[in-house]
Design a protein around this ligand. Structure first.
Ligand SMILES: [Zn+2]
Length: 410
């Protein structure tokens, strides 16, 4: 019953909505007349029936669906989006992400372990949200007060930076022990603070390598925040799974990323004018000017990555929150930015689904539409290969076989 009430509330009152009883364990759901974009990069299919049972896709077939199916009338069915770089820290934001079509996300950095706690609430079924793979804060030379208040055993670093591989590895172990699904390291300084220089390296190659060793021993991946060319290079050589941002990645590193299979999450939309703080403070103005400087090399790098065949995945770097400069950014924005950077709409959708699932290591379960996969799905009413703006307004969102948003007219 709670599932049904949640779905009614999620569907909202602005749209004429019909909400099915939730397809909890044991229940079945059929979709009829779906044009399937399966997330592998294959062209859309002709009309298909989709059978879902126990949260999983059972079959995608040419046979007619039984009575009671949701008729998509030829609308487009895609895998749920994967936001490979978000900062979701509370239940309301998790719900907003889900309603935008995000069924899986990697939360790369939270304050006070709020991302970890929100992940746990979603996993327990206490609140709706995407599957969340979550880091516990960031591992960087200056841990910061929010991190240390969550890990008071590192109080000695409140006024002193971490130095050396042993100290960094110890923090890495603590983050894993606290339940992190992924580790975020700082390979270059942040861009979002006016006093920092995003070109300047932070953790060294040896320090990042030490974290990668700790993470690999537990079977988890490391994501490296890195704008500067030297930081990107050190992180790639150290064997991180993904480069986050990668603004000034250069010719010394891009072929190495291709060779090592390093993923790239360029977060173009947050670096664009869309992500500008647009405030009046001197600090906000400095940050706006910085994004104008950073956008050109970032876009050129992504074009180069496309040509080289480096796997690129979508990430918003957004909170899905209420009011901050990144809250408005959605995966559809990032898909549009990839298209502006030379990707076809189909390639950009693949970056948001199948490729992002491989990055997260969840591709055996989700990210593509195939029998046996989790039924993490969204429906849009126009052909997204002709008009990507349709991706801003999902008509139907299904998470683990459960309808969480339904705007289909019947
Ligand atoms: Zn971020």
């Amino acid at each position: 019953m709670r599932d049904r009430l949640t779905a009614v509330r999620l569907a909202g009152c602005l749209f004429a909505s019909v909400v099915l009883a939730g397809t909890a364990s044991g229940a079945e759901l059929w979709l009829a007349n779906a044009r399937v974009i399966d997330g592998t990069g294959a062209a859309p299919s002709a009309a298909r029936s989709v059978h879902i049972r126990d949260g999983k896709l059972v079959a995608i077939s040419e046979h007619a669906a039984p009575a009671g199916a949701i008729d998509l009338h030829g609308s487009y069915l895609l895998p749920g989006f994967i936001d490979a770089h978000s900062h979701i820290e509370d239940p309301a934001s998790a719900e907003r992400a889900l309603l935008s079509g995000v069924t899986t996300t990697r939360v790369l950095g939270d304050a006070y372990l709020k991302g970890i706690a929100t992940r746990d609430l979603v996993r327990q079924g206490d609140t709706p949200g995407p599957e969340m793979l979550t880091s516990a804060g960031h591992v960087r030379p200056v841990l910061g007060e929010a991190f240390i208040l969550s890990f008071p055993q590192f109080g000695r670093y409140l006024h002193a930076p971490l130095t050396g591989a042993d100290q960094v590895a110890e923090v890495g172990r603590a983050v894993i022990a606290r339940g992190a699904d992924v580790i975020k390291v700082g390979a270059s300084e942040r861009a979002g603070l006016a006093q920092t220089d995003p070109r300047r390296p932070e953790l060294s190659f040896e320090e990042i390598s030490a974290v990668v060793r700790e993470a690999s021993a537990k079977g988890i991946f490391v994501a490296a925040h890195s704008h500067g060319a030297d930081g990107v290079n050190a992180a790639v050589r150290a064997g991180v799974r993904s480069i986050e941002h990668g603004t000034y990645a250069d010719e010394a590193t891009l072929p190495l990323m291709k060779q090592k299979g390093t993923f790239w999450v360029p977060t173009l939309a947050v670096m664009s004018p869309l992500g500008d703080p647009r405030g009046d403070s001197a600090e906000d103005i400095a940050l706006q000017l910085r994004t104008y400087h950073m956008m050109k090399p970032l876009r050129e790098g992504v074009r180069r990555a496309h040509a080289l065949g480096i796997p690129v995945a979508t990430g918003t770097d957004g909170t899905y929150g209420d009011g901050d400069a990144t809250a408005r950014i959605r995966i559809a924005h990032e898909i549009e930015e990839l298209v502006k950077s030379g990707y076809t709409p189909l390639e950009a959708i693949t970056a948001a689904t199948g490729t992002a699932a491989r990055l997260l290591g969840v591709d055996s379960r989700t990210g593509t539409i195939a029998p046996g996969k989790e039924a993490d799905l969204l429906v849009v009413d126009r052909n997204p290969l002709e008009d990507t703006t349709t991706l801003f307004e999902p008509m139907l969102v299904v998470n683990n076989g459960k309808v969480v948003l339904d705007r289909m007219y019947r």
